[in-house]
Design a protein around this ligand. Sequence first.
Ligand code: ADP
Ligand code: TRP
Length: 325
Amino acid sequence: MKKRVLSGIRATGRLHLGNYLGAVKGMIELQNNSEYECLYMVADAHTITTPYNPQELKTNQKEIIIDYLAAGLNPEKSTLFIQSQISEHFELAYYFSSIVSIARMQHLPTYKEKVKQYPKNNTMALLNYPVLMAADILVYKANLVPVGIDQEPHLEVTREIARKMNQTYGTNFPEPKRFSTPGEYIPSLKGEGKMSKSVEGSYINLTDSIDEIRKKIKSIPTATISGGPITGGVKTLFLLAKLFLKESDYQKFKDEYHQGILKFVNIKNAVAEAIYQELKPIQEKRSQIAQNKDYVEKVVKNGAERAKTIASQTLKEVKEKMGLR
Ligand code: ADP
Ligand code: TRP
């Protein structure tokens, strides 16, 4: 039997370069490896753990699917679906919650950050976020999860839940591992923290024009003179150069930097141009797919059917083992 892969992205807005490099690129790589069966979802139920607008959520559900398709996820190879359409995720999360302590959830850095960000929104759903994520993964008995490094604490919780369920009830959940990419952590363009939807000015959208990309890359804080240790904005710039430029160009800029003769405008222009060259075909494909609403609906409908078949089987097993049927 093939190993399974599961991943998802919250439907909080449009995808940015960090999502693409840290998550979507890994999703594509695994999809194109015939050893794996891949399931990729829009984590719309995770979206409601922080303040949101229902109208926007409805739009974003489909927008993320369109982003996935445009970036290269192929519904012939991968199952693409919307999390909230598979009710088994929520049922399993509830059963899992009976073996997870409140203290363990309260100590997670991801939880603490969100409470700090939205102090008025310290809800049960937010506390339960990692439990639902564990259910998302384990309901398909997935072995590999392509996500950025910031999701590692959630995967640790998922493994703990798998272990505890197996010990307590004799289930056979795997302990899933993160599948990492060279872009597993893309820093913010502002020189501090990670590139994130929730920080204005920190990100490049997959739909940005060449002018927007140039402007954003220019805004990365760099010193006026080059040389010395590579830190802050300069480090971000060299990471993007490493990920997008030809190795020889990257080396040339690096040598110039260490010799103290690098003009930042040159490396910034080269990086902006290279990012745009990678995004341009995705943008073109996106505008075609966005016009074909029926196609998108069909992809999601087929995806839900396949996902449901696997998920309901797992639920049957778990309920039997837990004495619920
Ligand atoms: P955001 O923090 O912008 O809201 P999400 O939390 O929705 O992004 O993340 C979706 C996926 O993209 C996850 O797999 C996450 O690890 C990955 N990701 C998000 N930001 C980055 C980043 N700056 N670098 C690498 N991967 C990232
Ligand atoms: N927590 C992930 C994020 O913020 C989204 C997510 C929800 C997810 N369920 C998942 C990722 C299951 C991988 C697997 O991006």
